[in-house]
Design a protein around this ligand. Structure first.
Ligand SMILES: Cc1ncc(COP(=O)(O)O)c(C=O)c1O
Ligand SMILES: N[C@H](C=O)CCC(=O)O
Length: 427
């Protein structure tokens, strides 16, 4: 694989952007590689600056569920370009997207659009604190809820990848209100709520975790969170920035039939443009300014380009059979990867829900961040390097999930499994 142009661009980037990237995981540091600079994308494929064509399982970290350059999404964006790209005033498209999300997610009665998942979770937490008059936030180790101060305690994604315990610049006065528990540990959660439930403003969770690698909730875990929060007057926030419209049309809450008080979204609802959103019970959302006193605002919030791309994406994924088809592709991929590992006598733990998947290099089982960290990272790094050399583009970290898009056909899935078969033999 040629990399001269990517390397040249990265050297330039390192002189003017911290680490050469605008988000840490992209730098590929933990896998000891240099990032590929992407020139363009089409369907399931990325084309880099050196002309390499790669099968993409990152999908811009989740949004590209239809694949790259879907014609319906592009048409919707083009139509907005003819109207103007930003007005800082209400537009019909924001109402349509709000109505669409509300129609698909029963727990969401009102919703506010923001510009990123980080903004969505920060705003939801402020709202939960404003609504309950309490300060304590309960989260789970290895979950990532964006880079807001309160969430940078035992966090997943880049924080886990770079092995950062917290972050300088985050005041202890803020994080002392954050309590982090092992994911899926029901006894620890019961005990915490029994001791401090009356102080808890919100419990936030990735209802299927994707930022410590892919980890599904144990049976009863999410319903326990629902029962205990209700009992103690705390709000339950499902962070569905990654899982929303990814694992199923109604997100994890639709799949498992649990109604959180608030939910956060991002990624897919923006169709690849910068978007986040938080929504939930009407009586809680009524506290958001200007309807209520909890302040939250945004110059570009509800941006028409992003609303149009999101809305077009949402229409496409609402078509009958969409999720069944996508899940079938993903299962085929995951079964193929597991079989490749088995034949090479390499212990792995593969799993998926909908089109979100993961593979740990451990015999498992993996129920928590501590379990995820038993994965053989040297082996993961070698696997990542081998797959990239074979033009399979995976997230450059064991602590990230993978995504299949509607544009992945059997040829791409089969090529990926064959690449894994040959790489696994070398590990
Ligand atoms: C579950 C979850 N919450 C929040 C975020 C933050 O979103 P963003 O990167 O758009 O700020 C992410 C992704 O980064 C995420 O996966
Ligand atoms: N895991 C993160 C989001 O889901 C990766 C995106 C990023 O931080 O750049």
């Amino acid at each position: 694989m040629r990399m001269e142009r990517s390397q040249e661009l990265f050297q330039r980037a390192e002189t003017c952007i911290p680490g050469g990237v605008n988000s840490p995981v992209r730098a590929c540091r933990s896998v000891g590689a240099a990032p590929l600079f992407i020139e363009r994308a089409q369907g399931a494929w990325l084309y880099d600056a050196d002309g390499n064509a790669l099968i993409d399982y990152v999908g811009s970290w989740g949004p590209m569920i239809l694949g790259h350059r879907h014609p319906v999404v592009e048409d919707a964006i083009r139509r907005v370009l003819e109207r103007g790209v930003s007005f800082g005033a209400p537009v019909d498209l924001e109402v349509a997207l709000a109505e669409k999300v509300i129609s698909l997610v029963p727990s969401v009665e009102m919703i506010r659009m923001v510009n990123s998942g980080t903004e969505a979770t920060m705003s939801a937490l402020r709202l939960a604190r404003g609504f309950t008059g309490r300060n304590v936030l309960v989260k789970f180790d290895g979950c990532y809820h964006g880079h807001g101060d309160s969430f940078l305690v035992d966090a997943g994604s880049g924080v886990a990848t770079l092995n950062i315990p917290g972050s300088p610049g985050v005041p202890g006065e803020v994080t002392r209100h954050t309590l982090s528990l092992p994911y899926n540990d029901m006894d620890a959660f019961r005990e915490l709520m029994a001791a401090r439930g009356g102080e808890v403003a919100a419990v936030i969770v990735e209802p299927v975790a994707g930022n410590m690698g892919f980890v599904r909730p144990r049976e009863g875990f999410l319903s326990l969170l629902r029962e205990e929060t209700q009992k103690h007057g705390a709000l339950l926030i499902f962070d569905e920035v990654m899982t929303g419209f990814r694992v199923a049309l109604g997100g994890v809450q639709g799949l498992f039939g649990i109604k959180p008080d608030l939910s956060t979204f991002g990624k897919i609802i923006g169709g690849g443009l910068p978007v986040g959103a938080y929504g939930g019970r009407r009586d809680i959302m009524a506290h958001v300014a200007p309807m209520g006193p909890v302040y939250q605002a945004g110059t570009l919030s509800g941006n028409p380009l992003a609303m149009a791309a999101g809305l077009a994406t949402m229409e496409e994924i609402s078509r009958p059979g969409f999720y069944e088809n996508l899940e079938e592709k993903t299962l085929k991929l995951v079964e193929g990867l597991a079989a490749a590992a088995k034949d090479a006598h390499i212990p792995v733990c593969c799993d998926s829900i909908g089109s979100m998947f993961g593979m740990f290099f451990t015999k498992g089982p993996v129920h928590s961040f501590a379990d995820a960290k038993t994965s053989d990272l040297m082996r993961f790094n070698a696997y990542y390097a081998g797959m990239r050399e074979k033009c399979i583009y995976l997230a450059p970290s064991q602590f990230e999930a993978g995504f299949v898009s509607m544009a992945h056909g059997s040829a791409e899935i089969e090529a990926t499994i064959q690449a894994a078969r040959s790489v696994m033999k070398t590990l």
